[in-house]
Design a protein around this ligand. Structure first.
Ligand code: F3S
Length: 407
């Protein structure tokens, strides 16, 4: 039975306006469906459903009406990637028709009081919840990172649910907001070498498929695995399954909690990443576009691309997608100039998976992102090569996928 405070009852009764009442109705309905006993305040929200390609006219109208009804967010709220770089769309080749529609969506979100951050890594640009903080985030890879690496608490929110939580500053306390649901139900013993970011993505692809929405607990991984590796692992599990929380022995904050493995947990042994590489690779050699930055790249990833390019000019198009604020940092460090000197681009705000890529004429893409490789064929209509960052940069330079690199 969901118990509401007097303040929450007032929001539900419409005392703060129609827009707020609508948001309270959504949060309360979700709480009732999932058996929550109360609502909890959230310290931040991350909203998905930003690309006009996914939202369409109906979604844009829904947002505009909510804003017209006086709804405004009460907590810091950031946006998922859009379908274009909001500044450089023309140089990238996107049409003005799509750009206008995308700008209208961003404007509708601005009227709701939301920062047009347009990134799936809000935790790299200032939206960093503390361990134990309740948040309502929607983008699946960000949800996984917030829960697993930062130790914050969020369910995998849908777009309207996250927005509603932002408008009333609360979410329903069920699922991963509760201690008992954060215990691991699947122990994963890793018995093969997992070294590169692509290896972590391949591992995540295999485990996500097997785990579905269970909570994995990894043993056998390097305790010093980097935040970039964990970002790739979580994104892949969220794409091939619906994993929203995982623990890595020695590496993630809740892994050391006594009794973190739930009674009756299952065990999965991974001793070969080959099946994931096979599943994520299509039989193409010529590469039109190399995509780095899924999830959006941090400064160290951009710097690593510059190092691997070593001043060589690219034959294929090379895009590194990142948050606009991160791009500004990369400009200050001279990294954007270095990428551009080689013919590449550091692209802000957007994600290839939700972009109208059909407008640009690319047919093949290489990426070190397992999430990107699993979504691009069906969502962006391009054939894909998946492998290490080194292999991807070589293919950017030569325009050919380097078989000699293996994967
Ligand atoms: Fe981010 Fe798009 Fe990848 S939202 S995680 S860049 S598929």
């Amino acid at each position: 039975m969901l118990a509401l405070t007097s303040e929450e009852q007032a929001l539900l009764a419409g005392e703060a306006g129609v827009g707020v009442r609508k948001a309270a109705e959504i949060v309360v309905a979700l709480g009732q469906i999932y058996g929550a006993r109360c609502l909890v305040p959230v310290v931040s929200v991350q909203v998905a459903g930003v690309s006009y390609r996914n939202l369409g006219e109906a979604g844009l109208q829904f947002l505009s009406e909510w804003a017209e009804h006086g709804a405004r967010v009460r907590v810091p709220t950031t946006l998922n990637p859009a379908g274009i770089d909001l500044d450089a769309w023309q140089e990238l080749g996107f049409s003005s028709g799509f750009a206008r529609q995308q700008e209208a969506v961003i404007e509708a979100y601005r009227r709701l009081g939301i920062l047009a951050t347009c990134t799936c890594t809000p935790y790299l640009v200032g939206n960093v919840p503390a361990p134990g903080d309740h948040v309502a985030w929607a983008e699946s890879s960000a949800v996984s990172y917030a829960n697993s690496v930062l130790g914050a608490r969020t369910n995998r929110e849908g777009g309207p649910g996250a927005l509603a939580a932002a408008i009333i500053g609360r979410t329903a306390a069920y699922g991963l907001h509760l201690d008992e649901n954060r215990r691991a139900t699947l122990r994963v013993d890793v018995r093969c070498r997992v070294k590169t970011q692509a290896d972590f993505g391949a591992l995540g692809t295999l485990v996500g498929k097997a785990a579905r929405n269970r909570v994995p607990y990894f043993t056998g991984l390097d305790e010093a695995c980097s935040s970039e590796a964990l970002k790739a692992l979580g994104a892949a599990m969220a794409a091939s399954g619906a994993v929203a929380l995982y623990h890595v022995a020695g590496a993630t904050p809740e892994a050391r909690t006594p009794g973190i493995l739930a009674d009756g947990y299952d065990t999965l042994v991974i001793d070969d990443l080959g099946p994931a590489y096979a599943a994520l690779n299509q039989d193409v050699r010529q590469i039109d576009l190399v995509w780095i930055g899924c999830p959006h790249a941090g400064l160290s990833e951009i710097a690593e691309v510059v190092r691997l390019l070593g001043g060589r000019h690219t034959r294929a198009a090379l895009w590194i997608t990142t948050a606009r604020a991160m791009r500004a940092q990369a400009v200050a460090e001279g990294l954007v100039a270095a990428v551009e000197a080689c013919g590449g681009r550091v692209v802000a705000d957007m994600c290839v998976v939700v972009a109208p890529m059909y407008e640009l004429g690319y047919r093949t893409l290489a990426t070190p992102s397992a999430k990107g490789a699993s979504y691009v064929p069906s969502h962006a209509g391009l054939q894909v090569r998946y492998g290490s960052l080194e292999a991807c940069i070589e293919s950017a330079v030569t325009g050919i996928w380097p078989i000699e690199f293996g994967v």
